[in-house]
Design a protein around this ligand. Structure first.
Ligand code: DAH
Length: 343
C-alpha cells in the first residue's frame, strides 16, 4: 500500500474516538476544528492530495473522501445526541410531589336549596314543570281568579312589556314578567289531563324596591296536586314532610287561615325549628297554600265535581336566608366568592 494511504486510517480512528468522547457541544466543536478545521489534521491530509503522483492520486482521493463522509456523519450523529441531551431537565423529576389541585367550584346557595326542594318532592312522586317568565295577563292573573280590578293585583305589581290594548299579546292582553310561579299551574293543567303532581321552581318579578328582604327579581317554588278526593290533610302531610327534610326532623308546621283568590280555603304556613329559635322566633311565616279553587279547575277545563287539589308557593331566597343565616337578600345576587364559598 502506498505510504500516503496508510496515514488516513489512524487519523480517522483518532477523530472518531474523540468525537464519541466529546461530552458537550463545546468539546465537540473543538474536536471538529482540530480535525476538519482549516488547520485540522484531516484537512492536512486533504491538502497533501495535490502533492501526490498522478498514479497515486485517484486511490488516495477516493479513500480520503470515504473517510470524510464517515467523519461528517459521526459528527452529525454526536451533535444531535448532545443537543437533545441539552434540552433535558438538569434535575430529575420527583414523581412523589403532590399534584397541582384544581379548585372545585360550588353551586350557588339558591341552586343548592332549589335542588334540595326538588329532591324531596321527587321522593314522593312530583315531577318538575317549567313555564315562561314573560307571561300573559291571563295565565298570571285572570285564570287564577284575579281579574284586573282585583285588589290582589296591587300587591303583585310587575313590569309590563305591552300596555293593555297595545299590539303585544294576540288577544289584546298585556305581556308582563310573571309575579309568581302560580301561572305555571294553569299552563300545565291546560295541557295535561288530571291527575297532576308537579313542582315548579323558577324566577319571578315584582315592582318592589330592593331592601334587605326584597328584590325585584327572586325565586319561588310552586307545587300543585290534583286528583280525586284530595284533602287539606294531604296538603299538610306533604308540606310537613318536605319542611322536615329541608329544615331538620324536629321541624313543626302550622296553618293559619289566609286569603288567595285561587285557593279556597287558603292558608299561610308557619314553621318552627332550631333555626327559628336561633332567630329568636317561635314561628316564621314561610309559604302560602290552599285547596285549588273550583273556578280555577273549571278555567282549565277540569270537572271540579270530580277533581280536587291543593297548591302552595314559597320563596326560595327566604328558605335559603333562614337556613344559612343570611340577613340580606342582596348578597345572593352580588356573587361575591367570599360569601359563596361559605355554603
Ligand atoms: N302565588 C303566591 C305568592 O306569590 C304564593 C301561593 C299561595 C301559591 C297560595 C299558591 C297558593 O299556589 O295556593 O305569594
Amino acid at each position: 500500500m502506498p505510504e500516503f494511504l496508510t496515514q488516513i486510517e489512524p487519523v480517522k480512528q483518532q477523530a472518531l474516538a474523540q468525537l464519541s468522547a466529546a461530552g458537550d457541544l463545546g468539546a465537540l466543536e473543538q474536536t471538529r476544528v482540530s480535525f476538519l478545521g482549516s488547520h485540522g489534521k484531516f484537512t492536512a491530509l486533504l491538502k497533501q492530495l495535490g502533492t501526490l503522483s498522478k498514479e497515486e492520486r485517484p486511490m488516495a482521493g477516493k479513500a480520503l473522501n470515504a473517510a470524510k463522509v464517515e467523519l461528517e456523519s459521526a459528527l452529525a450523529d454526536r451533535l444531535s445526541l448532545l443537543e437533545s441531551r441539552a434540552c433535558e431537565p438538569k434535575e430529575s423529576t420527583d414523581f412523589t410531589l403532590p399534584g397541582r389541585r384544581r379548585v372545585l367550584g360550588k353551586f350557588h346557595p339558591l341552586t343548592q336549596v332549589t335542588e334540595d326542594i326538588v329532591r324531596s318532592f321527587r321522593k314522593i312522586g312530583f315531577a318538575v314543570a317549567d313555564g315562561p317568565e314573560v307571561e300573559d295577563e291571563y295565565h298570571c292573573f285572570n285564570a287564577l281568579n284575579t281579574p284586573p280590578d282585583h285588589p290582589a293585583r296591587d300587591t303583585q305589581d310587575t313590569f309590563y312589556l305591552f300596555a293593555r290594548g297595545d299590539r303585544g299579546a294576540e288577544d289584546g292582553e298585556s305581556l308582563l314578567l310573571r309575579t309568581h310561579t302560580s301561572s305555571v299551574q294553569i299552563r300545565v293543567m291546560e295541557k295535561q289531563a288530571p291527575p297532576v303532581r308537579i313542582i315548579v321552581p323558577g324566577r319571578v318579578y315584582r315592582r318592589d324596591n330592593a331592601d334587605a328582604t326584597h328584590n325585584p327579581t327572586f325565586h319561588q317554588v310552586e307545587g300543585l296536586y290534583v286528583d280525586r278526593r284530595v284533602t287539606v290533610g294531604d296538603l299538610k302531610g306533604t308540606v310537613e314532610f318536605v319542611f322536615k327534610e329541608l329544615m331538620g326532623p324536629e321541624t313543626r308546621i302550622r296553618f293559619r287561615p289566609h286569603y288567595f283568590s285561587y285557593t279556597e280555603p287558603s292558608f299561610e304556613i308557619d314553621f318552627s325549628s332550631a333555626l327559628t329559635r336561633k332567630m329568636g322566633k317561635a314561628w316564621l311565616e314561610i309559604a302560602g297554600c290552599g285547596m285549588v279553587h273550583p273556578q280555577v279547575l273549571e278555567n282549565v277545563g277540569y270537572d271540579s265535581e270530580e277533581w280536587s287539589g291543593w297548591a302552595f308557593g314559597f320563596g326560595i331566597e327566604r328558605i335559603a336566608m333562614i337556613r344559612y343565616g343570611i340577613n340580606n337578600i342582596r348578597l345572593f345576587y352580588e356573587n361575591d366568592v367570599r360569601l359563596l364559598r361559605q355554603f
